[in-house]
Design a protein around this ligand. Structure first.
Ligand code: 5GP
Ligand code: ZN
Length: 122
């Protein structure tokens, strides 16, 4: 898959998905967050949970964002139960910048499960 980098809100892939300008397989939505299936799943369950507010990277999280960041993990727990991967286990990860492999510059919590995962990550 082509790895694209979107740097601004007006040209942000995930902002456009939230707006419905680009189709996605929605799993959950409320006032603060939007969750949808990853287009290129790396596990039987691979959901992305994103804040509706455009935040480019983990390093751009501010004091005012701390509630929504915690809330993203609560939504991940809810969706893990919904997907029945809670007791088997799951990974909830955010990649920041180049070495972590961040490709979309609107923060997203990956919820991965449904298979055994190795550690350390590749
Ligand atoms: P990152 O590498 O930035 O942590 O993760 C970006 C994720 O977004 C990747 O897992 C990739 O498959 C997913 N992704 C990229 N473009 C799209 C898209 O247009 N739709 C969906 N549903 N997922 C996407
Ligand atoms: Zn965005």
């Amino acid at each position: 898959m082509e790895r694209l980098i979107y740097m601004t809100k007006t040209d942000c892939l995930f902002c456009r998905i939230i707006q419905g300008e680009i189709p996605s397989q929605k799993v959950y939505e409320d006032q603060l967050v939007y969750a949808f299936h990853d287009i290129h799943p790396q596990a039987p369950t691979h959901i992305l949970i994103i804040p509706k507010k455009h935040i480019a990277t983990n390093l751009d999280i501010t004091e005012t964002d701390k509630d929504v960041i915690g809330y993203m993990f609560l939504v991940a727990n809810k969706l893990a139960k919904q997907e029945k991967i809670d007791s088997s286990g799951f990974r909830a990860v955010m990649n920041c910048n180049r070495d972590a492999g961040q490709a979309v510059y609107h923060i997203h919590l990956h919820l991965l499960g449904g298979r055994k995962m190795s550690w350390p990550p590749g």
